[in-house]
Design a protein around this ligand. Structure first.
Ligand code: ADP
Ligand code: ASP
Ligand code: MG
Length: 405
């Protein structure tokens, strides 16, 4: 059985008119001889709308109830898309995550897919029925609803493609993966092919076009992902493994920027490795993703530690630091929320040195201050003041050839 898993993101299903157009695209795939599984996101910005509703009730919504609320977004779209398909003369059935038994871990809003029961799905595909599946959601062993984190529908699609052995197509509001978010760099170039490794870095560093876990899963199961525009026929981008030598020739494949992090600095903590263990151990236990870390000894034998974490985890860090402050009144902290994290990514960095030096040179030439830096094998990330974000993107984009000619 030839199976295609197609995913349509929020802006592609923002109105009933768009849902009807998506239905046509799905039918076209079916007419090409595929059994089609369609994953959809919530309509337009409706997930943001649901979050806003919750915040009108409380600023600390119960995580379980939040998932009860968020899963309704995708449930609206699946039923409407199924209706559209049926009204065009095709058999279609919609499924929520729990109906399909998309089993996940139990951390609300950050759940991970463990397995998917496919018997039901395969049966309906064999009957030539189109399956319309709610993205972004799953269910725990105890029958509790979960969600996979913002943008998680991509991961639902890849997981289903992996489990069903089908091809995976992600349709969105841009024509593919660009060297930089085209909203922030107007002249960004579309990339024909990008490796899983590079895309994972870009996704985790702020390229919201793909959910990080989706790329990670695709890499694990070696499933190529095709990313393209819902409403245009232009050729998109393939995310695949790096068997292609020409990919290594480019030093920097892409750039990403994130405004989602904050910089936290702890001042005057005892200068001992156990302090670092205490701090980062507690953050890890609370599942806070710490990214950049820098440490400095002070003249009076204490230590200052600076690190970045997602904005949304500030309250967790605050609890950890507060406990410490109660025990030791020397400990202080500062939080800088006005930062932008800029990164350049490229497999070529593995074999060529000098990219960091070039970044520093460009930044110095333009008088832009770098607050923190970190590098890994295929990326360089640095923090600038949020006011310098667009200027940085512009000068780096131009100097590293990330723009259209
Ligand atoms: P969907 O609702 O279809 O999942 P998203 O908003 O999650 O769509 O992702 C598409 C958006 O990702 C684009 O509109 C674009 O602004 C943004 N984006 C960020 N980085 C990139 C990139 N490198 N290439 C393409 N789009 C990007
Ligand atoms: N609707 C969810 C969100 O807005 C999931 C997704 O779109 O992938 O984050
Ligand atoms: Mg998305």
């Amino acid at each position: 059985m030839k199976i295609a898993v197609q995913k349509y993101g929020g802006s592609s299903v923002a109105t009933t008119e768009k849902i009807k157009k998506v239905a046509e695209k799905v039918i076209k795939k079916k007419e090409e001889g595929y059994k089609v599984v369609v994953i959809v996101s919530a309509m337009g910005k409706s997930t943001d709308g649901l979050i806003a509703l919750a915040s009108q009730i409380t600023d600390k919504p119960d995580p379980r109830e939040m998932d009860m609320l968020l899963t309704t977004g995708e449930q609206t779209t699946i039923s409407l898309l199924s209706m559209a398909l049926i009204s065009k003369g095709h058999r279609a059935v919609s499924f929520t995550g729990s109906q399909l038994n998309i089993q996940t871990t139990s951390i609300h809003q950050k759940a991970r897919i463990k397995d998917i029961e496919t018997t039901k799905l395969l049966k309906i595909l064999e009957e030539d029925t189109i399956a319309v599946v709610a993205g972004f959601q799953g269910v725990t062993e105890d029958n509790e609803y979960t969600t996979l984190g913002r943008g998680g529908s991509d991961t639902s699609a890849v997981a289903l493609a992996a489990k069903l052995g089908g091809k995976c197509e992600i349709y969105t509001d841009v024509e593919g993966i660009y060297t930089m978010d085209p909203r922030k760099l107007k002249k960004a170039k579309k990339i024909g092919k990008i490796t899983y490794e590079e895309m994972m870095e870009m996704a985790s560093l702020g390229a919201g076009v793909m959910h990080f876990r989706a790329v990670e899963l695709a890499h694990k199961y070696n499933i190529p992902i095709y990313v393209a525009s819902t409403f245009s026929e232009k050729k998109g981008t393939i995310i695949t493994n790096g068997g292609d030598i020409s990919m290594e020739e480019t030093l920097v494949t892409g750039m990403a920027s994130s405004l989602e992090d904050i910089q936290v600095t702890l001042l005057n903590i005892p200068s001992a490795i156990s302090s670092l263990h205490r701090l980062f151990g507690a953050l890890a236990e609370a599942e806070v993703n710490v990214d950049m870390i820098s440490q400095m000894l002070t003249e009076d034998g204490k230590m200052n530690v600076s690190f970045t974490i997602p904005k949304t985890d500030l309250h967790i860090a605050e609890e950890i630091v507060d406990e410490w402050k109660r025990e030791d009144n020397h400990v202080q902290w500062e939080v800088n929320t006005d930062i932008a994290k800029i990164s350049v990514v490229g497999l070529g960095m593995r074999s060529h040195s000098g990219v960091a030096a070039k970044v520093f040179k460009i930044m110095a030439q333009h008088g832009i201050e770098i607050k923190m830096v970190t590098t890994s094998e295929i990326k360089i990330t640095w923090v600038v003041d949020v006011r310098d974000e667009l200027k940085t993107i512009e000068v780096i984009g131009s100097e590293f050839g990330l723009e259209m000619a």
